[in-house]
Write a protein that binds this ligand. Structure first.
Ligand code: GTP
Length: 371
């Protein structure tokens, strides 16, 4: 089998996921207890990808340390841009690290996507389009609300007739740019070696030359841009992995008074106190310790969190090694940064975002940031 190469945009600051991205790049955020980018690497390896360039910028060192020179049998290279260069500039800069034969396919993608696309199927579709003059084939996904995305108008033969980035008015299509492309090496000649936008400059030009095609993905897809998306993707994956039975990764300690309501994922070394109710939609990381009579639902709890008795966590995210005091309540889309402490009986609710290493001693009703 011929090998494939890929460029992954991995350098964004992930501002919408702060405070969790204050201490990790977005691509290392856990999805069902596994880094987001690990899911992608695994799928790339299944498609026979032999080499990936990570286009890095924000927290580049963390990514370099985590992925090293090889992951899932894929050689990993890093292209560090001197300053932010939009979505196109980093791709152009990565060109020098990638050697492509004329007929070889290059995969290019945003790193903050979770999906079950088979990259080899995209490659095959792209190869057919190349025969008809395509430079790039964009993966498309159908959504109800297109306003946050790049919307694509497709011709019956699969060519993209028009590309509207984040449209404010009415558009006829519900197919959006899913952030994953297959391309020939000609793509590099369409990108300027400066700050360039693929969505606003490169794709409209390719479309006007009839060299941009679409490929619709009909499986699962989600971009991890905002906390709502992050939770949604986690719950989707939990449902797929765990289904009706709790998924226990390694060993977990709890007795028969604990109620696990699926989907539930318990990381290795989790300990749950008597009378606690976990789920639905609860993902607990490694070595999470939960006291007695706690309730956790619709939430993601990162590794090493500790919770005393009688706590409630609902629709929220707790970062690594957060400590939650007795009978505290964290609800309504709140997010607690790594190593923070929520004092006993404190209630935080409605999108309260707590920065890393903070101590919260008073109740807080959001939306607000505790910095
Ligand atoms: P926000 O700050 O919350 O908008 O997030 P972001 O900028 O990290 O992500 P965005 O959704 O805008 O970007 C989509 C993908 O492109 C993500 O995988 C980012 O890591 C990546 N990305 C965004 N900006 C840059 C950049 O300047 N350089 C590189 N190399 N990657 C980028």
């Amino acid at each position: 089998m011929k090998s494939l190469k890929a460029i992954i945009l991995a350098g964004g600051p992930g501002t919408r996921l702060r405070p969790l991205t204050c201490t990790r790049p977005k691509l290392l955020m856990p999805i069902a207890n596994r880094a987001l980018l690990d899911w992608t690497f695994e799928r790339l390896s299944w498609a026979g990808v032999s080499e990936v360039v990570l286009a890095v910028n924000y927290m580049a060192e963390s990514l370099r340390r985590y992925f090293g020179r090889e992951r899932y049998g894929i050689k990993v290279k890093y292209s560090l841009e001197p300053k932010a260069m939009g979505t196109g500039g980093p791709i152009k800069l990565s060109q020098k690290l990638i050697k492509l034969e004329e007929d070889e396919t290059l995969l290019i993608m945003n790193g903050d996507i979770w999906c079950d696309l088979e990259f080899s199927v995209l490659e095959a579709a792209h190869k057919r389009n190349v025969g008809r003059g395509a430079v790039t084939t964009i993966t498309l996904y159908e959504v109800k609300d297109v306003s946050r995305f790049g919307v694509v108008e497709l011709k019956p033969d699969g060519r993209i007739a028009a590309f509207h980035e984040k449209p404010s008015g009415k558009v006829k299509s519900r197919l959006i740019n899913a952030g994953i492309y297959a391309s020939t090496s000609q793509i590099f000649s369409y990108i300027e070696p400066r700050r360039t936008s693929m969505e606003l400059e490169v794709f409209p030009r390719l479309a006007s030359e009839n060299r941009l095609y679409g490929f619709q993905h009909k499986g699962e897809w989600g971009d991890v841009g905002k906390f709502e998306d992050y939770l949604k993707v986690n719950f989707k994956v939990a449902e797929a992995l765990a289904g009706e039975k709790p998924r226990i990764e390694g060993s977990a300690e709890y007795n028969s008074t604990v109620k696990l309501v699926p989907p539930v994922i318990l990381g290795d070394g989790v300990r749950l106190g008597s009378g606690s109710r976990i789920g639905p939609n609860a993902i607990l990381g490694r070595n999470v310790k939960v006291g007695e009579n706690c309730q956790i639902s619709n939430s993601v709890v990162f590794d090493g969190v500790e919770m005393e008795d009688g706590c409630l966590v609902k629709g929220s995210i707790l970062g690594e090694e957060v400590f939650v005091g007795r009978e505290a309540k964290i609800t309504g889309g709140s997010v607690v940064g790594d190593l923070s402490i929520i004092a006993p009986k404190v209630k935080i609710s409605r999108k309260v975002y707590v920065c890393p290493r903070k101590e919260v001693n008073k109740p807080a009703l959001g939306p607000k940031r505790i910095v």
